[in-house]
Write a protein that binds this ligand. Sequence first.
Ligand SMILES: Nc1nc2c(c(=O)[nH]1)N[C@H]1C(S)=C(S)[C@@H](COP(=O)(O)OP(=O)(O)OC[C@H]3O[C@@H](n4cnc5c(=O)[nH]c(N)nc54)[C@H](O)[C@@H]3O)O[C@H]1N2
Ligand SMILES: Nc1nc2c(c(=O)[nH]1)N[C@H]1C(S)=C(S)[C@@H](COP(=O)(O)OP(=O)(O)OC[C@H]3O[C@@H](n4cnc5c(=O)[nH]c(N)nc54)[C@H](O)[C@@H]3O)O[C@H]1N2
Ligand code: SF4
Ligand SMILES: [Mo]
Length: 710
Amino acid sequence: MPATSTHCPYCALQCAQTLHATPDAVAPVRVEARDFPTNRGGMCQKGWSSAEVLTASDRLTTPLVRRTGPGGEKGPLEPATWDEALDVIYTRLTGIQDLHGRDAVAVFGGGGLTNEKAYTLGKFARVVLGTPYIDYNGRFCMSSAAAGANRTLGIDRGLAFPLADLGGADAVLVVGSNPAATMPPLVQHLAGARERGGLVVIDPRASATARLTDGGGGIHLAAVPGSDLVVLLALTHVLIDEALVDANYVDTRTTGWDAVRASVARWWPERAEAVCGIPADTLRATARLLAAAAPVHGGRGAYVLTGRGLEQSTQGTDGVSAAINLAVALGLPGRPGSGYGPLTGQGNGQGGREHGLKSDQLPGYRVISDPAARAHVAAVWGVDPASLPGPGIPAVELLSRLGTPGGAKALLVHGANPAVSAPNVSAVRAALGRLDLLVVSDFVPSETAQLADVVLPVTQWAEEEGTMTTLEGRVVRRRKAIDPPAGARSELWVWAELAERFGHHLAVDAREVFDELARASAGGRADYSAITYDRLDAGESLFWPCSAAAPDGTPRMFLDTFATDDGRAHLVAVNHHGPADDVTAGTPVHLVTGRVLHHYQSGAQTRRVAELVEAAPGPVLEIHPVLADTHGVSEGDAVRVTSARGEMVATASVTDAIRPDTVFLPFHWAGDLSANLLTNDATDPVSGMPEFKVCAVRLERVRHLQEVLA
Ligand SMILES: Nc1nc2c(c(=O)[nH]1)N[C@H]1C(S)=C(S)[C@@H](COP(=O)(O)OP(=O)(O)OC[C@H]3O[C@@H](n4cnc5c(=O)[nH]c(N)nc54)[C@H](O)[C@@H]3O)O[C@H]1N2
Ligand SMILES: Nc1nc2c(c(=O)[nH]1)N[C@H]1C(S)=C(S)[C@@H](COP(=O)(O)OP(=O)(O)OC[C@H]3O[C@@H](n4cnc5c(=O)[nH]c(N)nc54)[C@H](O)[C@@H]3O)O[C@H]1N2
Ligand code: SF4
Ligand SMILES: [Mo]
């Protein structure tokens, strides 16, 4: 059986897989875990079962076009040939652009697309369609982490160090991330800190990760949802108060410390306790634990890691800045064996924004409004810099404006399922319904595809070549193990075919696209110019920046200098204002949303895998016994959850692994089971990140499930 080395189709850990092609039509590949520095031979259930999506019973294998009746009424989606479907798209896009202008067409990408696809989709939007309106689901995911890192460290690469470095540290602070469920093999890298009692987890739930602190592993801070900033400000306050700050590091490597010091002055632990609910003494003990691990006090090192629990907030960018400020006070960023970084989410969430899916960025993490950046990329693309559109708008605004007088009339979606995953999703479903033309490329009929006028069936990970950039900024190869089903096409081919109809040429071959991407990135912040397929195939992986100046790549960044103009970290002083939709008398309970181990994102893929559906068949509401009691709710009851935006019903799981003032829902289910019917679409003013994590709800027991079933 031919064996192919590749990486998992799902999250940013990019666990290494070996795929064995088989002659079996039902199970065309057998998946094996492969040793690699991120996963060390491990995989989670999603990775093990990933091949099932290849032969999903409703796998898309032919283009679909929605015919309209004589009165303009919309009919069902019907099979069409590729030429028919592409001609329909071309004719309708040009018709819309002739009538409303080129920017009446918008593009929505995804952080699961390979670097080659992300790059080509950005080029397709800006050169072929000529629209500024492109953004992606990474806006929901990494934008606050990116904005916080950019403004202080001058660059955003996710982690600035290999994950394996975590193992040597005395302490790891995890702010609002649950890798034990979201990246299980990553937990191996936390073992060292845990053995030394130095794992600290901030989460309103006793998540699987928080429970790793049990039995002497460290400290779990079950803070009030949305109060992380206060915890971080108080920890920094204690470091200053107790003279534990790495003063030499702060003096020589940063600017702006005086403002940070002033901003944390008012967050003494007792005052913080009143807001975040963590006892003042616990805050002091945590600060001392982190300080003892810091190199300045003779410790083996410490890391500060952030996740969506901190970042998916209207103060997410400031939360990231507070986390960086704490790491700086401890003297961690850019120090061997220590550091700060966010845990990226999607398989290629990093590469997606580095190569052009974000509304304000050109390939190589270049800023689209910078004349030099425009000139460089335009030269690679062979177009006049003046012809390149300027910055577009972030995802939430892009979606809400669809079909409105100033908004786009047509939308092309590649690698996202916003009809499930966007905040305040009933408004987004309505916005998608206002479009004159919705085109969705996918390999399964996602909920967004079901709303489309044209659906294009595309290839999956095991059927294609490309590269992905992991949460460590490590570029890895995706390799083809089997042929796609007849009828499915690579998106690179789709964009090239459409481009040809518009009179443009785009490369179809992944290797050729990568070489062009590498040239376009040369000299940019995310410089891939010395990376080639041949090098990746010979050496397995390379960390960017990887250029003539750093031909072997850069596993560890910031060792001597940050990526700012003066080489120092530019600290930003921040303060706390709380969630946009905070609890009230009518909605007295905090709702937090996130993930469970067995499902991925909108569930479009994992809800098609039998063993994952069996393990987690539907949304379960985590609720504390005390809160359950006051609502007459028992285990297994159906509970109606209502926010200012909508309502949904979920099955109760009564557990003391959550704060008594908070409930938790996963967002992996669709339609009436979508947690995003409840979530708030208010956004962070710097990053445009929506406040998925926290909103206010009320609860009501509906009926016992047994009664419903009887
Ligand atoms: N199983 C699984 N794994 C995944 C994914 C998936 O969908 N399923 N998706 C991938 C992607 S794209 C991403 S972005 C990552 C996300 O990975 P994580 O960030 O680890 O995942 P989440 O479950 O969204 O949120 C993490 C934790 O934040 C907590 N939280 C909620 N509100 C707050 C708060 O106000 N403060 C703090 N401190 N914590 C809070 C939640 O209780 C939750 O335990 O996972 C990746 N891996
Ligand atoms: N309430 C709540 N909502 C959230 C979050 C939360 O924590 N709470 N987290 C947010 C986060 S962090 C994220 S990342 C988003 C993700 O939200 P979504 O964008 O909905 O993510 P996916 O389910 O991964 O959707 C990807 C779609 O693209 C398809 N696909 C996969 N690969 C490809 C490809 O190469 N090409 C094409 N054309 N299609 C492909 C899949 O089948 C699937 O239909 O959700 C966000 N929504
Ligand atoms: S942890 Fe992420 S990359 Fe690894 S197997 Fe699970 S989903 Fe795939
Ligand atoms: Mo994400």
